[in-house]
Design a protein around this ligand. Sequence first.
Ligand code: NAD
Length: 264
Amino acid sequence: MKFAIQSRRDVQSNELMELAKTYLQDFGLEIDEEEPEIVLSIGGDGTLLHAFHRYSHRLDKVAFVGIHTGHLGFYADWKPSELEKLVLSIAKKEFNSVEYPLLEVQVHRNNSDSSTYLALNEATIKSPDVTLVMDIELNGKHFERFRGDGLCVSTPSGSTAYNKALGGAIIHPTLHAFQLTEMASINNRVFRTVGSSLVLPAHHNCVLKPVNDQKFNMTIDHIQIIQTDVKSITFNVANERVRFARFRPFPFWERVHDSFVSNE
Ligand code: NAD
């Protein structure tokens, strides 16, 4: 089997990376940075986001697994002390995998150009200096005119990240859905939005249409992109999925409990 390792590049993560490389090669596995079948991410959730985007062109051929060298992560859920156990399982190919849905984002420009992005956690839209004003359409029908700081559209596995900080719901990642969450909407007698997060199923889509400014700051996970001349942005559940190698059960709600409630 061919593997690659993505490190956060701090001293501990790099040391673990060297150790993991040696162990895996001792078991006859081959390093292949271009076409790995398994990608070991060592660092935090952010490191796994980097690994995901590095290999997002071959998601059907790769499985990810994450070791956390800081606090417990959602994607990085193995402890450094478990490295040998993990290497043994990888070498013996004793693993199942789970697949999580992703978000597809299509930006359409006034000049007919368009760009498509895949997000593992979320996409956010913010206006640099002024209030963001966007018409929101759900399945081709006008839903509301949003005014506020911004909008966050997240995947189920990303629902515990930025979306959670904005008061969105936590969604189990086996549900094929995406969530639209407001950032500080303006609500008074004149301007009104629904105020709650919306959870949309895989066969629905959401389109944002700028009302005034056509220049935005967009994030796709950790990546920042300035979008200009935007006509509309379409969000839906992507056809692609991300695959995580699972070597032992660590149910999602246990991860939520251990990360946000208590790890005792
Ligand atoms: P980072 O790696 O420092 O990540 C920021 C924090 O988000 C870390 O504590 C990380 O563990 C956590 N995180 C990431 N994905 C998660 C997930 N799916 N579930 C639970 N926690 C998760 O910073 P980065 O490399 O810039 O990562 C980008 C991510 O940071 C974005 O995708 C976004 O979700 C998150 N973020 C969060 C906030 C916020 O909570 N207010 C603001 C901006 C960005």
